[in-house]
Ligand binder design. Sequence first.
Ligand SMILES: [Zn+2]
Length: 281
Amino acid sequence: MELVILLLVIVGIIVFFEPLNGLYNRIIEKLAYKKFLAHEPFLHSIISKNIRFYKRLTVEEQHRFLFRTYIFRQSKRFHYIELEEIPEMSVLISAVAVQLTFGLERYKLNYFKNIFVLKDDYHYGLYSRPFQGHVDHSGIYLSWDNFMRGVQGLTANCNVGLHEMGHALTYVNFITQTEEDKHFKKEFKNFSKVARPIFESMQTGRRNILGDYAGTNYHEFWAVCVELFFENPIRFRHELPDLFAAMKKLLNQDPIVILNTNRIKASDFFEDYKMQKMSVN
Ligand SMILES: [Zn+2]
């Protein structure tokens, strides 16, 4: 009898885990919503000044963006290494993560409890060249100076924050499998059908808008696609239309539509088409 009960409990956990987990998350978010409303003006004041993506959203979308940013920020421990904390740091880092996952259901990158903020380029492991950021089992690492250069659009086609969040997103979906987004996982297979041949052609010396660093390995290829998708979508779509379409479907959002909807001239946003050599990790 005990064995039957035990088996029923195990089956119950397996069958109901996903819906219960979803329900639990919704309750937590509902409880947090009231507190969020008190923080909303503070988040808006920082994000509206810095995140170009946010400025192009409708008022309703901005509200949702800020709520997700609030939840994401609350769920992380930020560590500041050799630099003094300012509120912009945790807010903008959270906002960049939310930008990437804005079209997805799951957005907390929940495996990562710790985010480390460093001042500038740093050395990691046995690598001889400096890092601007990286992701490993211990957390997400970002150098603040480089992060802000990406946010401000000072580095053509590069955005180290989006790049590292791209690594973190595949990490939680495929490596730890702790926050699997059904749509993302399913569409990643379709993305790879388009992306793999392009990546492989880069191994034979073919060059394209993604730049040499994207050819390093498939992880970097993906993270660079994320940067280009947001930082230079018009040229990305023009040069690699199938890959851009696959990204659009995968992330369930289209930065070009967001641009058009809000009637901002593309020329204001994409002033610099010059490729820069990628040096992020
Ligand atoms: Zn990388």
